[in-house]
Design a protein around this ligand. Structure first.
Ligand code: BGC
Length: 390
């Protein structure tokens, strides 16, 4: 990417985004189920012969904005959201005339690195990457940069690499703040003294988003901890003490079982700040097996099917709805701009410094879902069917 061109076009692009909000695109985007192109097909499609040239950003593709091979690297199939993200993007990019090499890396960093290497060698013209560990892609992305292949960091920022052209994500700080504010509102902390017992579970330390999820929530909650209205009986408050490797449900569950049996045999747990649904699920499992007190408020993120079912059953209080259709649609717009040789629309040029400078970003807006609004948000919008949630 030519950063000079970026500087001159940025203001135009930012003005344009006023009319191109993520929300407005989601209505046209394919529903999660419709978008579920077969995973297996992804690798084969990738080997499109005409795209196999080393010199990735071929002039033809750049001139017409049509055709070409796009590499999409996702962290894992284990979490529902990455399947949806990957498949939504694949079907949208294909509809826009591109071939797509979609890969999932089983949360294994070496696998992701070699998948990206293959994408570069197979002639991908743009790389869209949701990293497993934001710090582990520097070397392979240096190869992309050498071949002038633009890189879009998808959802998670890729750190300490100057090969990253753009970042497309949800407003991660707002995700954390919304979770924190939900807790403040539910406990009526501005009018009640408590003290209320709280525990905290966040995600993988290698995921830059954790800084924003945890940071946003704690910016809201810390004043109430300082006032003594919220207390954390386990004493586990620091980010490194509440992290969950790989965002794994079992790891969150094991840690929480420990907390419950050590600190909550004789008192109620009032609230759990869980940064996402996979960790909230671990908490809910631990509560089911190791706790008999009053059921706590429990936050989450992603609106995974299992968690929405828990919301309906009263086992999770809320989740953050990040419409993956909207993010995928935004990335398709980015890819198309890049392939036409234009700057992509962004709406944030301040927040996300990956260690080499600010990465121009497009932030989609997250909203919270709970038992009161999930039907409107998730079913009426076509994200899920009623049957999905039975
Ligand atoms: C994403 C979350 C997701 C988590 C675990 C984060 O980077 O932003 O939506 O729940 O990873 O996969």
């Amino acid at each position: 990417m030519k950063r000079k061109l970026l500087a001159t076009l940025l203001s135009v692009a930012m003005a344009a985004t006023v009319f191109v909000g993520c929300g407005s695109q989601s209505a046209d985007a394919p529903a999660a189920d419709d978008a579920a192109a077969s995973d297996d097909a992804a690798t084969d499609d990738a080997a499109a012969d005409d795209a196999a040239s080393d010199d990735a950003a071929s002039d033809d593709a750049a001139a017409t904005g049509e055709g070409g091979l796009i590499g999409v690297a996702m962290p894992t199939k284990d979490l529902q959201r990455w399947n949806q993200d990957g498949n939504n993007m694949k079907s949208e990019l294909e509809a826009a005339g591109y071939d797509v090499d979609l890969q999932f890396a089983s949360n294994d960093i070496a696998t992701q690195v070699s998948q990206i290497e293959n994408m570069i060698n197979n002639g991908c013209q743009v790389l869209v990457i949701a990293s497993i560990d934001g710090d582990s892609l520097g070397t392979v992305l240096a190869q992309a940069k050498e071949k002038n292949i633009p890189v879009i960091a998808y959802d998670r920022l890729i750190m300490n690499s100057d090969a990253v052209s753009y970042y497309a994500t949800f407003d991660n700080y707002l995700v954390g703040k919304t979770q924190g504010q939900y807790i403040v509102d539910q406990l009526d902390l501005d009018n009640q003294d408590g003290p209320f017992n709280m525990e905290i579970v966040t995600g993988d330390p290698g995921d830059n988003n954790v800084n924003f999820f945890y940071g946003g929530a704690m910016d809201v909650l810390q004043p109430y901890i300082d006032e003594g209205k919220l207390v954390v009986p386990s004493g586990q408050i620091a980010k490194e003490d509440v992290a969950t490797a790989n965002w794994a449900t079992e790891i969150a569950q094991a840690r929480f079982e420990n907390i419950l049996s050590s600190y909550y045999t004789d008192k109620d747990l009032d609230v759990v700040l869980a940064s996402n649904d996979s960790t909230a699920l671990g908490v809910a499992n631990a509560l089911a097996s190791n706790y008999t007190g009053k059921y706590p408020i429990l936050t989450g993120q992603d609106c995974d099917v299992a968690s929405v079912k828990n919301i309906i059953d009263g086992k999770q209080s809320m989740s953050i709805f990040k419409d993956t259709r909207a993010l995928a649609a935004q990335v398709v717009i980015m890819v198309e701009s890049i392939m036409k040789g234009e700057e992509a629309p962004v709406n944030d040029t301040e927040t996300y410094d990956n260690g080499t400078g600010i990465i121009p970003s497009y932030l989609c807006e997250p909203v919270f879902a709970d038992a009161n609004n999930y039907k409107e948000l998730l079913i009426d919008s076509g994200y899920y069917t009623e049957d999905d949630l039975k």
